[in-house]
Design a protein around this ligand. Structure first.
Ligand code: DSN
Length: 434
């Protein structure tokens, strides 16, 4: 064996058939060119999509490894294929790290995505036709929380809750009365465009009162939980699903935490009910990200993500762009643009022309159709990874303001964006070489 565990002191001469970008350039220059131009696009502008981040070179190395080749249907020690000794070690390490980091009784690292993790949670707890109570998409929920065009809305009897019109906060009284009226089998909390903390204790008590399983879809904020910057849903939830590529800064993928009581049901739901072979390179990369998230540096990062979102939200508010609910406690702000008479779709396109990437978003009680939207969503995971702080967020807010309200300013704003991102590069020049 060329590289047994513990013999990593001198890896010179150890064959590692990992990423060799030169080979891609030689074999497929078309795709190689796209990889490079995407890197240029991402590095050349401000990335404010709240669900994106810049993952580390170590995570990318695990992702680009030969672990991608291994079939490993099943779980460590109980596989349907031979030759799983090494991937078993990677998955066991990842599971142990997830349990330690989140204080969870059980972890499943195999879901390919957040939607897959959610599908598995439904599969574990709900039968087709049974009732599920979840946050409505137009009020900040997720496609998999009951949208009619998704399996969740097609297969289950969905009852939706939302936010109050006056304060744009989750209406816990409404959640409770809907739960007692409809007696859902499953209650889901968690959102994609809700800037405030969720009261997990209140949801637990509603679930107990109505006899429901409580699922927290923590995809957006689990990285803040990992960094101890916000309270954890783990002590309250029966199951916590999430993606690993948002604030958590891991590879694209999903993960599930659950109690010992539900561990077997969740594992069976992930495999064999809805997935086949796990993506072992992604499982290993998740383990790497979890290790990174255990560091004091990561905790400082998570706290800064929130301070930056608050600074950005305040900077936008000072220009007449209203933060929904008045601000944010998390990594994202939802901004109502009606005060500056610009739609979400217009704002997204105008920012794009100025090298600022963000997304249009519905705001609660939005008069516009979803494809237009009255708002934008901005998030700070990526810019914080680049090292930006509150001072830079004030500048970013001003740049967004100019781009959104004056389309003619796009070239000037773009050149200021370039100057800013060159001072805070995403991936040091040289970390990716041909
Ligand atoms: N699409 C993700 C987001 O942007 O919030 C959620 O899955």
């Amino acid at each position: 064996m060329a590289n047994p565990a513990g013999e990593l002191d001198d890896i010179s001469g150890v064959p590692f058939w990992g990423p060799d970008f030169g080979q891609l350039v030689a074999e497929d220059p078309e795709i190689a060119g796209i990889v490079l131009s995407e890197l240029d696009r991402a590095r050349g502008g401000l990335q404010l999509i709240a669900s994106e981040n810049f993952t580390s070179p170590a995570v990318l190395a695990a992702l680009g490894s030969t672990l991608s080749n291994k079939y490993a249907e099943g779980y460590p020690g109980k596989r349907y294929y031979g030759g799983c000794s090494e991937v078993d070690r990677a998955e066991n390490i990842g599971i142990a790290r997830a349990k330690e980091l989140f204080g969870a009784e059980h972890a499943n690292l195999q879901p390919h995505s957040g939607a897959s993790a959610n599908l598995a949670a439904y599969a574990a707890f709900v039968k087709p036709g049974e009732t599920v109570l979840a946050m409505s998409l137009p009020h900040g929920g997720h496609l998999t929380h009951g949208s009619k065009v998704n399996f969740s809305g097609r297969w289950f009897d969905i009852v939706s809750y939302g936010v109050r019109e006056d304060n744009e906060l989750i209406d816990y009284d409404e959640v409770r009365s809907l739960a007692l009226e409809h007696r859902p089998r499953l209650i889901i909390c968690g959102a994609t465009a809700y800037p405030r903390l969720i009261d997990f204790e209140a949801f637990r008590s509603i679930a107990d009162e109505s006899g429901a399983i409580l699922m927290v879809d923590a995809a957006h904020f689990i990285g803040l939980v990992a960094g101890k910057a916000i309270p954890s849903p783990v002590p309250y939830a029966d199951v916590v699903t999430f993606t690993t590529h948002k604030v958590l800064r891991g590879p694209r993928g999903g993960m599930i935490l659950t109690t010992a009581e539900h561990a077997a049901a969740i594992d069976k739901a992930v495999f064999p009910m809805m997935q086949g072979g796990p993506l072992m390179h992604a499982v290993a990369a998740k383990a790497v990200a979890l290790k990174e998230a255990m560091s004091p540096d990561y905790q400082a990062y998570a706290a800064q993500v929130i301070r930056n979102a608050q600074a950005l939200s305040a900077a936008l508010a000072s220009q007449g762009m209203r933060p929904v609910s008045g601000g944010t406690d998390t990594h994202l702000a939802l901004i109502d643009l009606r005060g500056v008479d610009v739609t979400g779709a217009e704002a997204e396109a105008r920012c794009d022309a100025a090298r600022i990437t963000l997304n249009k978003n519905a705001i609660p009680y939005d008069p516009q159709p979803p494809a237009v939207g009255s708002g934008i969503r901005v998030g700070t995971p990526s810019v914080t990874t680049q090292g930006m702080g509150e001072a830079e967020m004030a500048v970013v807010g001003a740049l967004i303001g100019r781009a959104v309200t004056d389309p003619a300013s796009a070239p000037a704003v773009a050149s200021e964006v370039t100057e800013l991102v060159e001072r805070f590069p995403a991936y040091d020049r040289g970390s990716v070489t041909v």
